[in-house]
Design a protein around this ligand. Structure first.
Ligand code: ADP
Ligand code: MG
Length: 285
């Protein structure tokens, strides 16, 4: 379906059209010179404790960005602000030039093109998986779908590497496959920005490698922010890394530079002294 008229050059249509999913309601995302996320001076306080403390962060359109940092650094809180779950006391958060995330509700933010995979699956996802585990609803579902939707499902199945298990009950999938299925569920909504909170937790080495390949293949088509403290995972992704500490950016750059940064080393070593001896070795293999 062609667009009725060509939008101004600096306006880009949200990707849904290319997937045959019709038009999105709400403002059209304007990514301007290639930055898709503008986070400036964000502060979030919980009873006086600053989970985010003047955080500023920019993410390019199509980028695959890793966000690391010790426990309590504010990684999940940042995702909560981007998705509208938590409101900051100070600062701004823009999706493209024109979408003020702080003025939108959670559903409006999702509609605008931001999808999130939680650290732990949501209750909804558990129920969704349970539904598919109990009976073979797939054939009935597929029969009701139009060609476009079916093609879209085939495309997502191929992307997440689950084409060969498409007839299998979701509840019977391996842990890693369930995680990819969850990513696939997000992809069905064709998000411009994907937020993944610790997607490889509990995965085998091989599953982690597969996830690295998956995320790399999604970059470009989507912008991805992946939060993790698995250094091996972040290292093998091999893209720009942002280190958060005490609610602000401590360092940013290539992994090999970030892990040499004295401030970063100190934070990780200091944290290890505080009770997690594994972390002291986390920065270097
Ligand atoms: P991370 O994901 O980097 O481990 P979080 O963003 O979850 O860190 O948490 C940052 C800090 O804010 C932690 O000290 C945490 O205890 C605190 N925090 C997060 N959410 C809340 C909340 N709803 N109420 C009070 N404190 C919170
Ligand atoms: Mg967290």
């Amino acid at each position: 379906m062609p667009l009725p008229s060509r939008p101004p050059a600096h306006y880009r249509k949200v990707d849904l059209m290319q997937y045959g999913f019709g038009q999105v309601q709400g403002p059209v995302l304007d990514t301007g010179p290639g930055t898709i996320l503008y986070i400036e001076d964000l502060t979030v306080s919980f009873d006086g404790f600053k989970a985010l403390n003047g955080l500023t962060l920019y993410v390019d359109d199509g980028e695959l960005r890793c966000l690391i940092g010790p426990n309590g650094a504010g990684k999940t809180t940042l995702m909560d602000v981007i998705t509208g779950k938590t409101r900051p006391q100070r600062g701004t958060a823009y999706f493209g030039h024109n979408i003020d995330l702080l003025s939108l509700s959670e559903p409006e933010i999702a509609t605008a093109g931001i999808g999130r995979k939680f650290q732990r699956p949501t209750v909804f996802e558990h129920l969704w998986l349970a539904l598919h585990a109990n009976k073979a609803v797939w054939p009935t579902l597929v029969a009701r779908l139009g060609n476009e939707a079916r093609e879209r499902i085939d495309e997502v199945l191929a992307t997440i590497g689950l084409s060969s298990v498409r007839e299998r009950r979701a509840g019977a999938l391996a842990h890693g496959q369930k995680q990819w299925l969850e990513i696939g569920m997000l992809l069905m909504q064709a998000p411009r920005l994907l937020l993944l909170d610790e997607p490889v937790a509990g995965m085998t080495h091989q599953e982690i490698e597969h996830t690295v390949a998956l995320l790399r293949s999604l970059a470009g088509r989507h912008t991805i922010i992946v939060v993790d403290h698995d250094m091996e995972f972040v290292r093998s992704i091999g893209r720009r890394v942002t280190v958060l500490h005490e609610g602000r950016v401590l360092a940013e750059g290539k992994m090999q530079d970030v892990q040499q940064n004295p401030k970063v080393i100190e934070v990780y070593l200091g944290d290890a002294a505080g009770g997690d001896p594994g972390r002291a070795h986390a920065l270097h293999p």
